[in-house]
Design a protein around this ligand. Sequence first.
Ligand code: GLU
Length: 552
Amino acid sequence: MFEKLAEMIFKDVEHTTEYYIQKYPKRNLKEGARVTRYAPSPTGFQHIGGVFAALIDERIASQSEGIFYLRIEDTDQKREVQGAIEDTIATMHNFGLDFNEGMTGQDTFIGDYGPYRQSQRADIYNTFAKDLLLKGLAYPCFCTPEELTELREMQVANKITPGYYGEYAKFRNITEEEAIKKIENGEKYILRLKSPGNPEKRVEFHDLIKGDISFPENNQDIVLIKGDGLPTYHFAHAIDDFLMRTTDVIRGEEWLASLPIHVQLFEVLGFEAPKYAHIPTIMKQDGGSKRKLSKRKDAEAAVSYYKEVGYPTVTVIEYLLNIVNSTFEVWRAENPKVDYHEFEVLLEKMSKSGALFDLVKLNDVSKDCIAAMKAEDVYANYITWAKEFDEEMYKLVTENEAMTKAIFNIDKEGPKPRKDFAKWDEVKDKVSYFFDELFVKETVEQIELPKGVTLESAKDVIEVYKNEFNFNAESQEAWFEDLKEIGLRLGYCANRKDFKANPEQYKGMISDVAGAVRSALTHRTNSPDIYTIMHIIGEDKVRSRFEKFLSL
Ligand code: GLU
């Protein structure tokens, strides 16, 4: 139809649509294999919602032995942020979300369906846009931004559905001659879809998460190619997901409203539409109401936060899996040691409405994950974090590697491993007393004593205990028996009832003796068992700490 016009607008287009359809053939994958993509716009640093989406994409593809790829959607070049692509790639790698295909840098990629960066695919979009123009399914529109604003204002004032469509689409029926003349005159234009939709009719659709939905057909003449020559999200989405042979488009629910446009685009382009899954937005409880997790208000919205405070990446992933499928929690409880990759993510089981993000719950999940890790792995993870974020601890810990591993191993082997840390920035405070360098800095005011025990009475205990205690007791029980005997001799009571009946006859309870020893060794009232601590720090340190305590 618009042959001359098409040649004029797309003079640089060399290929036919057929060329690209053959260049990027249907993938040869096993039955049931799914092809998914993570398709961020490089407009900022990674948001936890991005990791959430990428995780679902990666799991769905990997579980089915399909392909997961990274596509950079940079058609809105004004909003592009320097370094965002590199940040995306690094984040995905850190979280173990490695992709099979996609951009590996600004201009480099792996895979046969590239380039995977939209700004490098202009020739492809143009080829398909030219085809639509030739078929009378697209046209150039010369409206100025002012004209469009005016149109909208008029529509709103008259309670008419706003937009550029039907009788309000000024250039919908422009003739070829008219268009050529305007272009020759240097008038600016964009390319619009000549929508064949009728909003009186409805389209039915099945979303893998939201279920069956229906909506009126699209009749807006949406923009296909913008003034800068790049496509809109809508057009690029249809072309890319078809040519990259995506089977499942998994994306944020903010795109659900655009689905009528997308379904129509696939139709006019003659492409088979993919399956869609619209994932709920990550929300946060804020007082009595829920709101979107916001980069501006919530530190935890930025992926960098998790690294800085030291959540192991696997714990963040496990927490996100809890949001993806609530059945993950039960699965994890039943399979405490199994790798999360063994859990099968099911889109159908995902909550249709909000995905609530809760730091308290993340901490619980993270404590469980760290508790289930081997001491060696806790050590390796911790020094990686400390190297970047806590130099002092990095030095102390690596200089005392064996002791640190022993600390991380406390109670590990038992049926109920300790749940001391949710993140690495909590480690220092919890273990500082093991390290002389930190311990000596503590002041008398920092020393905690059991209720009712004074520093003087604790010293009286240590004065005797230091000479009589048996460092080489065979077991924790034997060690405690030894401590109890010393306590009894000193006039402490082993039985709560007896003590309650005649408190004036005793100096206190045996637990106060243990408390005094604990305090002399750690300055705290709360710690793992004293016997274990003594054996980790060793006899010399135990003795010198007793002496130091007595000299306070
Ligand atoms: N570039 C779009 C965004 O960041 C991606 C949507 C999609 O996955 O299709 O919102």
